[in-house]
Design a protein. Structure first.
Length: 132
């Protein structure tokens, strides 16, 4: 899944280099996959809360956000790091919600650790790609 999404980004970059009006075409086609930057922050918060609610997990610790912007690239990357606690199956559903989001999200890493009261703790790192 991660490789598929990274592959899509690579293809979009190649298209931009080969077609003179690729930037305009890219913006038109990408607008359905990538939220604008001004909506990206609130979209990230919404995604995290909805994923946690639907999966039945509890968010733990703080959520870290970091915007990576390279003006040579057509997209900005909002790096997310979030913690959650719950049963294994619920945490897997939480991760799956990111992988199947309507937004262009790449799950980079997730780690499980023993938590309180027999539950597990999860730390998830993901990137949400945004239009400039």
């Amino acid at each position: 899944e991660v490789r598929d999404r990274e592959g899509r980004v690579a293809v979009l970059k190649k298209m931009q280099a080969f077609f003179p009006d690729a930037q305009a075409q890219l913006k038109r086609s990408a607008s359905s996959l990538f939220p604008p930057q001004r909506e990206g922050w609130s979209g990230a918060v919404r995604l995290i809360r909805e994923a946690a609610s639907k999966a039945g997990v509890e968010l733990s610790g703080k959520v870290d956000y970091k915007l990576h912007s390279d003006h040579r690239e057509p997209f900005d990357r909002l790096a997310l790091s979030v913690g959650a606690q719950g049963a294994f199956a619920d945490l897997v559903r939480f991760v799956h919600a990111f992988e199947t989001s309507k937004d262009f999200v790449v799950v980079r890493e997730f780690d499980f650790e023993p938590g309180d009261s027999g539950e597990l703790s999860l730390r998830l790192s993901a990137d949400l790609y945004l239009l400039r």
